[in-house]
Design a binder for this molecule. Sequence first.
Ligand code: ZN
Ligand code: ZN
Ligand code: ZN
Ligand code: ZN
Length: 343
Amino acid sequence: MATTNHLTCLCGAVTEPATLLSSDELPLECVMCHCNTCRQQTGALAVSYLKLRAPPSEKSLDNVTAYETSRYERYFCKVCGCNVFGHDKTTGGWSACSGTLEAETKPAKGKNVSNIKSHIYVGDPFEGGIAPYLTRIADVEVPCWQTEPGEDQGPIKQEKLLGLREKASKASSTARDEMMQVACHCGDVSLRITPPPYDEHSEDWYIGSDHSRYYARLCCCRSCRLTLGLTMQPWTYVPPAQIYTDDMQPVMFGPEAQEVVQIKALKHYQSSDSVLRSFCSTCGATIFYQSFERPYVIDVSVGVIRSTFGNALVGEWLEWDRKMVSKRDEAVDEELIQAWLQA
Ligand SMILES: [Zn+2]
Ligand SMILES: [Zn+2]
Ligand SMILES: [Zn+2]
Ligand SMILES: [Zn+2]
């Protein structure tokens, strides 16, 4: 059986030995939460936590910022913004975000590092978010709960899940606001994005087939995983000239973005010579990825986009690529990715 190595964020300010996990056998079990709070506080589409035996070390806790939500205290790395821990204020239990797990021995080819036992709070996003696409992972049924077991009548029926997917596809043709709204959970980072500037001749890797919507896909690379804290980073690709502050000032990008304080809560982390990642320093949500080598497009984290209709996949603005994900060779939850691509 493969052994796990350690838990870490990308910058390494937060690290814990694998012995802190409640089990050391891969794959680890977890539950995936689709609630609006989890999404808006991380920038992910959904969040899964791994149970810990004990609280993290003092050293790790010195390097995180805490963000309070109703039931949980959520912790992210002060330096790189990675979502790392959750603390359940009711039970006192601690958990780690599943993407922080670095496996010493990779899971067997095509397997998962963490296995999702159930989807919870699928009723929170209007169209169920990504959950209706992940109901069968590696030939195992994964139940979806409106809220969570114990507070619920029973798992959502198959017909209703298909209905949710129908809602998601209909969202693409619904009337939408003039601009796409971006806001993290705390609201300290709040932006507006104008509609795509494309015409019928526009063509590039970041432009989909529907030129009225922005193209979106999941990234599985290690550095996205270790700055998000989760194994699937949802990005949509937006030309920088379309991105504005709430008072319609163009948002500044490029290396100089680090020197100018335009949005007070927006903190940057340079993850390589040419890559700058930005997150909310109050709640920890991942906001942007920018590569100085391709300054014509900025990656915006989909979990912080606010759909007028309460859709998590924001179908009225985004066209999802379900034929490919970025950096599939770096995926740690391969079966999960397969479910998304085939479902
Ligand atoms: Zn870090
Ligand atoms: Zn949640
Ligand atoms: Zn990536
Ligand atoms: Zn925030």
